[in-house]
Design a protein. Structure first.
Length: 377
């Protein structure tokens, strides 16, 4: 029995020794694997090139805006804050985009009255209006304090403008606008309400565009132009292209205005496409409606419900009174449900009243009634 017990004791001791060794080896192996994993992770985080961490994470100093507005070349339209980034956007001719010089800080602080004496301020006014719109009460005003030369820049038209532009006898020189595949090109692309422009010169403009092109306004209605002058060249294969204004209403007024403009190489003879078009309107005139006038200067028309069908497919269905005073169109008024009309002003002079409607072939309003005339002395 003793030899057997001795043998079992030795076997038990050997088993315990092997178990201890195995446990120790397992712990050491786990430590080595953990160490290896940590080293591997740390190695993965290390860059292959120290320059990969060469990133400036310091917050920019809001007060560091530079000393010269011309150095303000980077713009975020949603955050009108000046920066000092040296990058600018240029087109094929090397001109700088207006958005890259726009002084939006200044524009936001003076809105809606912009008194501009530098390209940066004028660009700031334009970009601010294009981003935020005009004053809802029509009080937006751009005033020139001196001549402004834009020869180094590519112009961006003012959109949906309403208000006044006062040149004070000064000039915007060398406007460059080259967008041959887009319409509504000019100092103002299209208006969003009544506009008055006075004592403003635009000199040596170069405008290339599609439809609705003019040095001052591409398309605009309710316009009053006093003492404006435009010179330069317009290139376009589109429609509604005019010297100072592309398309407008016949009632647009021009007082003491002048121009020296070529359109596709030909000298322009009219201020607007609409004015030129009106000179040919009699070729499309008809006298479907009959007008009469009484002693109180009240004009009455007859009722023709289906007049557009009688006129033909090129004619619209909107009927309009037109009043001419001393040779100038002073009123256009909806006449669809109005069978009698008396012009509310009775100043001394000669008056003409007739009905018009739109003609698609003519691209404008044409006369469709006889003309009644009277004179107040």
């Amino acid at each position: 029995m003793k030899p057997v017990r001795h043998f079992l004791t030795l076997l038990l001791c050997a088993s315990l020794l092997l178990s201890a060794c195995s446990k120790k080896e397992t712990e050491e192996t786990r430590k080595r694997k953990k160490s290896t994993k940590k080293e591997t992770t740390e190695t993965t985080l290390l860059p292959s090139d120290d320059s990969a961490f060469n990133v400036d994470t310091e917050e920019p100093d809001p007060s560091d805006t530079g000393s010269d507005p011309a150095d303000d070349t980077t713009r975020d339209p949603k955050r009108p804050r000046k920066t000092t980034s040296p990058s600018v956007t240029t087109n094929a001719s090397g001109r700088i985009a207006m958005s890259d010089i726009a002084d939006l800080d200044w524009a936001g602080s003076v809105f809606p009255v912009f008194e501009c004496g530098t390209p940066e301020q004028l660009a700031g006014a334009v970009m601010y209006i294009n981003e935020h719109g005009c004053d809802e009460y029509g009080m937006t005003t751009i005033t020139l304090l001196r001549d402004i030369d834009l020869d180094d820049y590519e112009w961006e038209p003012i959109d949906d403008f309403s208000g006044n532009i006062d040149g004070q006898g000064h000039a915007i020189q060398n406007i460059h606008l080259n967008t041959p595949h887009y319409g509504h090109n000019g100092l103002i692309g299209v208006n969003g309400g009544a506009i008055g422009i006075w004592s403003l010169r635009i000199e040596n403009a170069e405008v290339t565009g599609g439809d609705y092109v003019g040095i001052f306004i591409g398309e605009g209605y309710m316009l009053n132009c006093v003492g404006i002058y435009g010179s330069g060249t317009i290139t376009s294969d589109g429609s509604c292209v005019g010297a100072l204004i592309g398309r407008t209403s016949p009632s647009t007024t021009y007082d003491s205005c002048s121009m020296d403009v070529t359109i596709n190489g030909e000298p322009a003879e009219f201020f607007s496409f609409t004015e030129e078009n009106e000179s040919h309107s009699d070729e499309y005139a008809q006298e479907l409606f009959t007008l009469t006038i009484d002693d109180t200067y009240t004009v009455t028309r007859d009722d023709i419900p289906d007049f557009q069908y009688q006129l033909g497919p090129d004619y619209g269905n909107q009927l309009t009174w037109r009043v001419i005073y001393n040779g100038t169109i002073v009123l256009e008024r909806n006449a669809e449900d109005e069978f009698s009309y008396q012009y509310f002003i009775q100043d001394p002079g000669k008056y003409q009243i007739y009905l018009t409607t739109y003609n698609r072939e003519f691209s404008g309003y044409v006369r469709i009634s006889n003309i009644v005339e009277y004179e107040i002395t």
